[in-house]
Write a protein that binds this ligand. Structure first.
Ligand code: ADP
Ligand code: ZN
Ligand code: MG
Length: 481
């Protein structure tokens, strides 16, 4: 295995979030009853004309600029002709030789999916072009059905250079791409709703060789994990094939996630099988320098800039900022909580150590998180204002997550307000001292560590409500007098 090197390039499809479809005014919406979001244009009726969606174009340019692409001053649409039941017109409107964006790059670094360190490097982006999504076919029993609600939904096809060298790099590229698309406000990239799909191209060659090996394309991977598995599987399959004296054939394969194997779908078609030709019903998309400048000025914050701002503005460590900004929805949530928190840094700690854990344990996402950012901030402020201590706060937080209630209500109902009254705390301290003569002896003999034990006993007697700093102070006073 070691004398081979893998070469991987990825073609990703990302649905652009717009109010309406690419060439008609039907809503671009997921989950409606089949064929209720259609019109003569997206149903490919004779005699209709497409009208280009300005918002889709704007988002395509934004995506390109966020990935460092050159934006074409002039790009055009083409027809890609093929027959498939989900393609109502028998051609797809796409961009062939004049895509809207070219020559971008995406940075990957850190730790890979399998826990190995990744090389710090850029993956080149060959092009981004706009196209329309076809419909979707369903199979049930021995029938098939077609839903054209998706027909005409705007897509970006994002093609990478063959710059990746491992399944981990492919996974990291996809993760980084998704992050940028979310930050660019182009797409939510929700893979369960089909908003992001990818095909991986894989070849292997002997290390040190300049030429690429024959590539195989594995199509329609609907999770990053499946993409990672498919790449790893293909690399191994091709090496075993070559080692046994065989040759790789350039086919298009599918992926069976249950068996963990790829299978042949068809042998590779050529571009001229599609009879691409310019779309006669649409004008080219033309930008002036000033248009591009305008786009550039209105660009959203990129993840790296947001990370740096979090460090500056909220006093976070670069590591914390990195975790919080990985997912834009997480970063947005944190900023809402931070805005209402007396100490934003504490809100970050709660988010990273407790909220992320509870989300992953419960299989929830930040979108359906039972704790609102306002309630997280309220909890932070209760701790900061010493109304409750840190330990009680953990219990309150679990309850907030389980019920969606606000912290003040829980604290009040359960009588969890921190005891900060000296004489009340002193009673608990005296009880703890009386109940643990052996430990008291040890402490007096110089065993400093025993103090923690006595703090614990006092806290227990107060049912967790005493102020721990006060307990510590009073214990010391009592034991040393
Ligand atoms: P095709 O003509 O088959 O569509 P392209 O040249 O358009 O091929 O490339 C499609 C994708 O395959 C791109 O992401 C590209 O980086 C990748 N690719 C091209 N050649 C190879 C190769 N030898 N091994 C792995 N990936 C490759
Ligand atoms: Zn329509
Ligand atoms: Mg191609």
């Amino acid at each position: 295995m070691a004398q081979y090197e893998a070469v991987i390039g990825i073609e990703a499809h990302v649905q652009i979030r717009t109010a309406s479809k690419m060439f008609c005014s039907c809503p671009n919406r997921f989950g409606a009853e089949p064929n209720t979001l259609t019109c003569p244009v997206c149903m490919g009726m004779p005699g209709v004309l497409p009208t280009l969606n300005r918002e889709a174009v704007r988002k395509a340019v934004t995506a390109g600029l966020m990935c460092g692409c050159e934006i074409a001053r002039r790009s055009k649409f083409d027809r890609k002709n093929y027959f498939y039941p989900d393609l109502v017109k028998d051609y797809q409107i796409t961009q062939y030789d004049q895509p809207i964006c070219r020559n971008g790059k995406i940075h990957i670094c850190g730790t890979g999916f399998s826990g190995e360190p990744l090389p710090d490097k850029y993956i080149g982006m060959t092009r981004i072009h706009m196209e329309e999504d076809p419909g979707k076919s369903f199979h049930f029993g021995n029938c098939s059905g077609l839903d054209y609600n998706r027909s005409g939904v705007p897509l970006l096809e994002i093609v990478s250079e063959p710059d990746m060298r491992s399944a981990d790099e492919a996974y990291a590229y996809l993760t980084a791409l998704k992050q940028i698309m979310q930050y660019a406000d182009v797409s939510d990239c929700d893979m369960e709703k089909g908003q992001m799909r990818c095909d991986v191209n894989v070849s292997v060659r002997l290390r040190g060789s300049d030429a690429f090996g024959t590539k195989v394309e594995v199509k329609n991977l609907n999770s990053f994990r499946a993409a990672h598995r498919a790449v790893a599987y293909e690399i191994r399959r091709q090496i075993v094939l070559l080692e046994s004296g065989g040759t790789v054939t350039q086919d298009t394969r599918g992926w069976n996630d249950d068996s963990g194997e790829s299978y042949v779908m068809r042998t590779k078609e050529n571009a001229n099988d599609y009879r691409y030709f310019p779309e006669p019903d649409l004008l080219p998309v033309v930008f002036t320098e000033a248009d591009i400048e305008e786009f550039r000025r209105n660009l959203p914050e990129v993840p790296e800039a947001r990370r740096e701002r979090f460090v500056r503005q909220y006093g976070l460590t670069p590591y914390d900022a990195q975790i919080l900004t990985q997912d834009k929805a997480h970063a947005d949530y944190f900023e809402k909580a931070a805005a209402k928190s007396q100490v934003p840094k504490l809100a970050a700690n709660w988010f990273i150590t407790d909220l992320l854990r509870l989300l992953s344990e419960s299989g929830k996402t930040i979108g359906d998180c039972p704790v609102t950012p306002e309630n997280l901030a309220a909890l932070v402020n209760l701790v900061h204002g010493a109304t409750i201590n840190g330990k009680t706060a953990k219990t309150v937080f679990d309850e907030m997550f389980a019920t969606g209630r606000d912290p003040a209500g829980i604290v009040k109902e359960k009588g969890l307000v921190q005891v900060t009254d000296e004489s009340a705390v002193l009673t608990f301290v005296e009880q703890a001292i009386a109940a643990n003569p052996a430990q008291v002896e040890q402490f007096r003999a110089g065993k400093e560590a025993v103090l923690q034990y006595l703090v614990g006993q006092t806290m227990r007697l107060s049912r967790g409500k005493a102020n721990p700093q006060l307990v510590m102070k009073l214990l010391r006073e009592q034991l040393t007098k």
